[in-house]
Design a protein around this ligand. Structure first.
Ligand SMILES: [Mg+2]
Length: 323
């Protein structure tokens, strides 16, 4: 049996020990489970043997360690520690959530989006040929309200949507995105109406309005907050509004917030669809960044997010493009 020990910075910083058992299988152990191996699994001899081999092979394995510091999707990874399995489940969300919560660049991007919105709204207001009443259509989550605390909770509790989602919404404590309220108040001052078109479920309408109202968003009421219908697509809701109004601008963090043409496409086709509509971005469509979740992620999974953690792990890595 070939045994290799990798250093802590071998791809996954929190893995304390990674032991290579064969050419295609990895057994990953953390220090936390060693007591369990010793006293509860009846594997004392086996464990002692493994540790002995690891110590003896440390220097001999250094050269090979370098070769194996990057795990590829050709390898099968076995995580034996339940606690480590839970930590791994949402590990891929950590940096994205930190980006939203701590990166000043994220905040700057939000201001940038609403500043561009104001410039484009001024341009639209100057167009005397528009007869219909002007409105702005915005998504809610990660477009005007920040749900990163829900993501952080999911990471720390090793849970995933919909666990805790209703509890989070019912708190009605989501913070506004930087720049959103000032921009929308500016629009209101110029006689433009606001419609919030969200895919939150109808049961959350009251708490969503409460959250928007208490954080200072204009026109946060039953008429202007439009919840999810039977279908996830926002197309019919957009078309209903278009019958009556001129939509000056759309704001969203997901391409599906803008037009039907982006829906249900593969990651590659989504990129092409954006190329095909490139003139609309920053003019009619204002995009807010969301690295935490969205159809961009679901597209990687073939719109099947219910696959096993292992399958999703592999799909993420398969979509990486190394040099
Ligand atoms: Mg959204």
């Amino acid at each position: 049996m070939e045994v290799l020990q990798l250093s802590q910075n071998a791809g996954y910083g929190f893995f304390n020990q990674i032991i290579y058992l064969s050419h295609c299988e990895w057994l990953i152990l953390s220090r936390e489970i060693f007591p369990g191996f010793f006293y509860f699994n009846g594997m004392k001899k086996y464990t002692l043997c493994l540790i002995g081999l690891m110590l003896l092979s440390t220097s001999a394995c250094k050269r090979q360690t370098e070769e194996n510091t990057i795990l590829t999707n050709r390898d099968t990874i076995f995580v034996t520690d339940t606690l480590l399995q839970q930590k791994l489940r949402n590990e891929h969300m950590v940096l994205a959530t930190l980006y939203h919560q701590t990166a000043a660049e994220y905040r700057a991007l939000c201001y940038q989006a609403f500043n561009i919105g104001r410039l484009m709204l001024d341009k639209d207001l100057a167009n005397a040929g528009i007869e219909k009443h002007r409105i702005i259509v915005l998504d809610i989550d990660e477009t005007v309200l920040d749900n990163s605390p829900f993501q952080a909770k999911s990471i720390l509790e090793s849970t995933s949507y919909p666990k805790y989602w209703n509890e989070w919404c019912e708190l009605a404590k989501a913070e506004p995105l930087p720049g959103a309220i000032d921009f929308l108040n500016y629009a209101r001052k110029n006689g433009v109406s606001i419609y919030y078109v969200t895919n939150r479920k109808e049961a959350l309408k009251e708490v969503t309005i409460k959250n928007l109202k208490e954080t200072g968003f204009p026109l946060a009421d039953g008429e202007h907050v439009i919840m999810r219908t039977a279908e996830a697509s926002k197309e019919s809701r957009r078309l209903d509004l278009l019958k009556k109004y001129h939509i000056s601008l759309y704001f969203g963090d997901n391409l599906n917030d803008f037009a039907e043409t982006f829906e249900g496409k593969s990651a590659e086709k989504r990129l092409l669809a954006v190329d095909d509509n490139k003139d609309d971005f920053g003019t009619r469509f204002i995009v807010l960044p969301n690295a935490m979740y969205g159809d961009w992620e679901l597209a990687l999974y073939g719109y099947n997010g219910g696959q096993s953690d292992s399958a999703l792990f592999d799909l993420r890595r398969k979509n990486l493009r190394p040099f």
